[in-house]
Design a protein around this ligand. Structure first.
Ligand SMILES: Cc1cc2nc3c(=O)[nH]c(=O)nc-3n(C[C@H](O)[C@H](O)[C@H](O)COP(=O)(O)OP(=O)(O)OC[C@H]3O[C@@H](n4cnc5c(N)ncnc54)[C@H](O)[C@@H]3O)c2cc1C
Length: 398
C-alpha cells in the first residue's frame, strides 16, 4: 500500500479485520450467493456475535454509543477491508442504510427516539430503512416529493408511495422523507418522520426485482405504500422542515463509507483477476497472464484503484478536519469517479474469468449486477458532475 497514514493503533486492527473477513466471511459467500438472505441469516448472526465479542462492532459510531470511535478517515480504511466481501459491513453492523440512520438518530433523535429506535439498532437487534425516493418523482431532485405528513391533533398522518427503500423487508421502522409544509421554500418543505413498520397503513407492495433478483431482508429494495400512517409528532427528527439539512449531513460521510467499500470491492476483484490470470493456462505452459491485453488491464486497474483510493482518503481527511461542507467538491468527485473505476475493474475481472466470471463461483457477477447502481444511488453521476463543475466554474466567474 503506497499511502498508509494510519495511526499505530489502527494497523493491528486492520490486520485483525482482514483475517476476520478472510477466515469467517469468505466461506459464507457461496451460500450467500446461492440462497435467499433469510436462509443464511442464522449463520450471519453467528458471525455478528463473533465480531461483537472481538470488539469489531459499529466502527462508524462514537465510543459513548458503543461504537469503535473511529474518525471518518479511519472508518474509511476499515470500510475498505470490509468491502472485500458482500457481508463485511453487515457483520459489523455498519451496513447501509442502517449506518446512516444511526447517525441521524444520534445527531437529531430525542432521548425517547434514541431509547426506542436507536438503542436496538446499535445493538443489532433490529434493522431500519430510509424511505425517500418515489417512483413518480425524480430522486435526483429530492426536493420534489409527493409524500406528505399532515398534522392531525398530536399526530402526523403520512401518505405516499416510495420505492427503492433498501432493507425495508423485515425492518422495524422507516425514516420517511415527507412534505410537512408545501408552502415553504424548496429546501424547508420536508421533514424526516419515523414510521414503525407495524403502523397500520404501512404496506410493502413488493421487493423490486433488481437485475433479475428480488432479494430478501436486508438484501432487497422495497416499494412501499404509506396509506394514512398515523404516528405521533414526537416521531419527527429535528425541527419541522429540516429534512434536507439532515439528508445532506447524512450523505457526506455516507459517500466515504460507500466509496471505500467500493475500493474494497475493486481490490478483491483485482486480486481475483490476477490470480486467475496467473493460474489459467490458455495453451499448455502458457498462462493468461502472458497476454498483453490482460497485462494492460492489470496495470490500468492498479493505477485507477490507487488513484481513486487517494482521492477518497483525501476527502475523508478533509471532512474530519474541516467538515462536510468544506469537502463538498471532493464528495461529488469521489462519488462518480470511484463508481466508474468500480464498474471498469469489475468488468475487466469478469472478462479475464471468461464464462466463470458470469457464474456465482466468485462474487464478481453479484457485484457487477448490484453495484451498477453505484452510478445512480446517492445522486447519479451526472448530478455530481454538474454540481461540482458549477461550483468550480462559479469560482472562475467571480
Ligand atoms: C440499488 C439502489 C438502492 C437504493 N436505495 C435507496 C434507499 O435506501 N432509499 C431511498 O430513498 N432511495 C434509494 N435509492 C434510490 C436512488 O437514490 C435514486 O434512484 C436516485 O436518487 C436517482 O433517482 P431516480 O431513480 O428517480 O432517477 P431520476 O431522478 O429520474 O434520474 C434519471 C437519470 O436522469 C439523469 N439526470 C437526472 N438529473 C440530472 C441532471 N441534473 N443533469 C443531468 N442528468 C440528470 C441521470 O442520468 C439519472 O440517472 C436506491 C437506488 C438503487 C438503484
Amino acid at each position: 500500500m503506497l499511502f498508509e497514514p494510519q495511526t499505530a493503533e489502527l494497523r493491528p486492527l486492520l490486520r485483525a479485520l482482514d483475517e476476520f473477513v478472510r477466515e469467517e466471511l469468505y466461506p459464507l459467500e457461496r451460500p450467500f450467493l446461492d440462497h435467499d438472505f433469510d436462509v443464511l441469516l442464522p449463520a450471519i448472526e453467528e458471525k455478528r456475535r463473533l465480531a461483537k465479542s472481538l470488539g469489531f462492532w459499529l466502527p462508524q459510531i462514537a465510543a459513548e454509543h458503543g461504537g469503535m470511535g473511529l474518525s471518518l478517515f479511519e472508518h474509511g480504511l476499515v470500510s475498505e477491508v470490509l468491502g472485500r466481501t458482500p457481508l463485511g459491513h453487515y457483520a459489523l453492523n455498519c451496513q447501509a442504510p442502517d449506518a446512516g440512520n444511526m447517525e441521524i438518530l444520534i445527531e437529531y433523535g430525542t432521548p425517547e427516539q434514541q431509547e426506542r429506535f436507536l438503542r436496538p439498532l446499535l445493538a443489532g437487534e433490529v434493522r431500519s430503512c430510509f424511505s425517500m425516493t418515489e417512483p413518480d418523482n425524480p430522486g435526483s431532485n429530492p426536493t420534489w416529493l409527493s409524500t406528505t405528513a399532515t398534522k392531525d391533533g398530536d399526530d402526523y398522518v403520512v401518505s405516499g408511495h416510495k420505492w427503492f427503500s433498501t432493507g425495508a423487508d423485515g425492518a422495524a421502522f422507516a425514516i420517511v422523507m415527507a412534505v410537512t409544509d408545501p408552502a415553504a421554500s424548496r429546501y424547508q418543505r420536508a421533514s424526516m418522520i419515523i414510521v414503525p413498520a407495524d403502523t397500520p397503513g404501512f404496506h410493502i407492495v413488493r421487493n423490486t426485482s433488481v437485475m433479475g433478483e428480488r432479494g430478501q431482508g436486508w438484501a432487497s429494495h422495497a416499494e412501499i405504500r404509506y396509506d394514512d400512517c398515523r404516528v405521533p409528532q414526537g416521531n419527527r427528527l429535528g425541527a419541522e422542515g429540516m429534512g434536507f439539512v439532515i439528508a445532506q449531513q447524512r450523505l457526506g460521510p455516507g459517500r466515504i463509507h460507500h466509496c471505500m467499500r467500493w475500493i474494497g470491492i475493486c481490490e478483491r476483484a483485482f486480486d481475483l483477476m490476477c490470480r486467475h490470470a496467473a493460474l489459467r493456462q490458455i495453451a499448455p505452459g502458457r498462462a493468461l497472464a502472458e497476454m498483453g491485453q490482460v497485462q494492460a488491464w492489470v496495470a490500468e486497474s492498479r493505477a485507477e484503484i490507487d488513484a481513486a483510493r487517494l482521492l477518497v482518503l483525501q476527502t475523508a481527511q478533509q471532512i474530519d478536519r474541516e467538515g462536510a461542507h468544506a469537502a463538498r467538491d471532493g464528495i461529488s468527485l469521489i462519488k462518480f469517479h470511484v463508481a466508474g473505476v468500480l464498474q471498469d475493474v469489475l468488468d475487466r475481472a469478469i472478462q479475464v474469468h471468461g464464462a466463470m466470471g458470469m457464474t456465482d463461483e466468485t462474487p464478481l457477477a453479484f457485484w457487477y449486477r448490484h453495484e451498477r447502481a453505484a452510478r445512480i444511488y446517492d445522486g447519479p453521476d451526472e448530478v455530481h458532475k454538474w454540481s461540482v463543475a458549477k461550483r468550480i466554474l462559479g469560482r472562475y466567474a467571480s
